[in-house]
Design a protein around this ligand. Structure first.
Ligand code: CAO
Length: 552
């Protein structure tokens, strides 16, 4: 075990305030993990650890003013004890390999690479503006392009904002002029020397207004082998990464926040301007982002009209009004509830009603009772309903379709698979009877019995409940004279069947007793209009009124 002290790197001479402690004693940290955030009147920066290990001492407190070389923390590492690192290795972006000659070489390059380069153009006033010295060889993200082609900018105006995981920085315009072209794209990775944009100088001679501004980071000195700029200098905005400006995100330009917080906010799509800062001088800290997200997540429950726009129902303490018992809902119940809600919310429903005169059908059905018994089956109205629907679907193919491509197209199914709602002790299930159009009434009668039994015994397989084109929900055996079924999306239609009853029907001369079957047809009004619905339902009524038509 060895102990290593982390000190404040070169921060350009001035003192800076500790505005945030990012670690606590006992924390296990990684190499380059931020320890504290320092902030001057010009920039905020994270001071990273120069070692991986455990924080055994934290030598600073919030609000303290620190200068270069001040001890920050002691890290216990797994390796051998080493002397306190020099400023360069403790600096924000400085890994040991950055120190010494390599970084000095970078600094050398800076004055060349960051300088606007005269483009080989007629008149010579168009200048190329590259990425200045950003104190690292690594690529950084270009998070914002602050200008557009044609914009007139003054010297020092922000052109782009760059950000690493440690700092964000503006790159200011090296001279006054007009933006001619922009090469860099938001979200791209750039390195020192990469072309950002081209500008036409406002200066008649076509030269940069001032060398110091033009070269952006050319004031960099080589202290400890590391390029730094002096914050005391009025002009340079973009400096080596240890001295980033608090990013001037246009939306969040006035927001006071450090780079890590800005990065986190961007990752979560949090508009920083809407976050109130609880840090020193109103600075937005990570906890403010957490609080913002938590508040946003809880808003739909609290505020009507927010989120999806559907106000949630308030929780009620029913026990306050009398004795209650709470039971857990089955998975099936909850699944049905969620499917129902999804369909109800997504599908614009219309329900049409009609009564089918099934007097003759019922007479026929009664006449077949013995034969059904001999066949070991039961002939309820359901097989006739299935068959009639299959014919109605054939005659009205839109009812056998589904929306696709987000509503751009309709898929017409050339098969007739009909779902049948089954009331089971475990909840509602909808097994699908396949190729109804190809089966006889006897075959359908057997299958209705068989799938209803399997549903009630919970022996249906998932595949038995898939692939339906249309659904029949019959409450005829239970009761009621009408209801509005919910479309089983992505199907577009569902038939509700209520209990048949004898009713007086006017035959033109007198009221005659007829067995009338109440039908309700719900459909997706995005696909089916009232005319389609009317044709389907009256066709169905005609088929059930005279079952010889099923043969046609
Ligand atoms: N009018 C009058 N009587 C009817 C009828 C109707 N519309 N439909 C069925 N009946 C009669 C049957 O003929 C049978 O009488 P008998 O025993 O005298 O022959 C009795 O009612 C019971 O029929 P059934 O319900 O067992 O059989 P079925 O083929 O008509 O229906 C099934 C099968 C599985 C659809 C049904 O049992 C069922 O579960 N229905 C509930 C569907 C449901 O829950 N829908 C709501 C979904 S949304 O919440």
């Amino acid at each position: 075990m060895a102990k290593q002290q982390v000190t404040v790197p070169d921060i350009g001479g001035a003192e800076a305030e500790v505005i945030e402690l990012l670690v606590a004693v006992g924390d296990e940290i990684e190499l380059e993990q931020g320890l504290i955030v320092l902030e001057s009147d010009k920039a905020s920066m994270e001071i990273p650890s120069s070692a991986a290990g455990v924080v055994v001492e934290l030598l600073v407190t919030e609000g303290q003013q620190l200068a270069e070389g001040a001890p920050v923390a002691v890290i216990e590492t797994a390796g051998e004890e080493t002397a306190a690192p020099d400023d360069a290795t403790a600096a924000g972006d400085a890994t040991p390999s950055d120190a010494g000659g390599a970084t000095a070489a970078q600094a050398e390059q800076t004055s060349v690479a960051a300088a606007p380069e005269a483009a080989a153009q007629e008149g010579g006033s168009v200048q190329r503006v590259p990425v200045p010295d950003i104190g690292t060889d690594e690529a950084v993200e270009l998070i914002e392009v602050c200008v557009s082609v044609g914009d007139s900018v003054a010297e020092g105006d922000s052109l782009v904002v760059l950000e690493s995981d440690k700092a964000s920085m503006e790159v200011p315009s090296p001279f006054a002029g007009t933006i001619v072209s922009i090469s860099a794209a938001e979200g791209s990775s750039v390195r020192q020397g990469d072309l950002l944009l081209e500008m036409e100088s406002a200066n008649a001679a076509g030269a940069p207004a001032s060398d110091s501004a033009a070269t952006v980071a050319t004031e960099a000195t080589k202290e400890g082998g590391k390029a730094v700029s002096s914050p005391a200098e009025p002009e340079p905005k973009a400096q080596a990464m240890p001295q980033p400006e608090v990013a001037a995100d246009t939306d969040a330009g006035s927001v006071y926040a450090g780079p890590a917080v800005r990065k986190l906010a961007r990752e979560f799509g949090i508009p920083l301007v809407e976050v109130s800062g609880s840090g020193p001088r109103g600075r937005v800290v990570k906890e403010d982002l957490h609080g913002f997200v938590q508040r946003r997540l809880s808003q739909p429950a609290a505020a009507a009209g927010s989120g999806s726009g559907i106000p949630t129902l308030p929780e009620v303490d029913f026990a306050a009004f009398g004795e209650v018992e709470t039971t857990q809902r089955s998975k099936l119940d909850k699944l049905t509830a969620s499917n129902m809600q999804r369909s109800w919310l997504n599908v614009p429903h219309v329900t049409q009603f009609d009564d089918a005169d099934i007097t003759e059908l019922e007479a026929f059905r009664a006449s077949m009772k013995d034969e059904a018994q001999k066949r070991g089956t039961k002939l309820t109205p359901m097989p006739f309903l299935l068959k009639a629907c299959a014919v109605a679907l054939r005659d009205n193919p839109k009812f056998c379709s589904s929306l696709a491509d987000g509503g751009e197209s309709l898929v017409y199914k050339h098969y007739v698979h009909i779902g049948m709602a089954v009331d089971t002790p475990a909840g509602l299930m909808v097994p699908v009877i396949r190729d109804v159009d190809k089966k006889t009434i006897w075959e359908l009668a057997e299958e209705v019995l068989e799938v209803a039994t399997r549903a009630r015994e919970r022996k249906l397989m998932p595949g038995d409940m898939q692939g339906g084109c249309f659904t029949i929900s019959s409450l005829g055996g239970i009761g009621g004279n009408g209801f509005t079924p919910i479309v089983n999306a992505p199907e577009v239609g569902i038939l509700g069947v209520s209990r048949a009853a004898m009713k007086p029907v006017w035959d033109g001369q007198a009221f005659v007793p007829r067995k009338m079957l109440p039908l309700s047809l719900s459909y997706d009004h995005r696909v089916i209009n009232g005319g389609d619905g009317g044709r389907f339902l009256s066709g169905l009524v005609a088929l059930l009124g005279d079952i010889r038509r099923l043969l046609m």
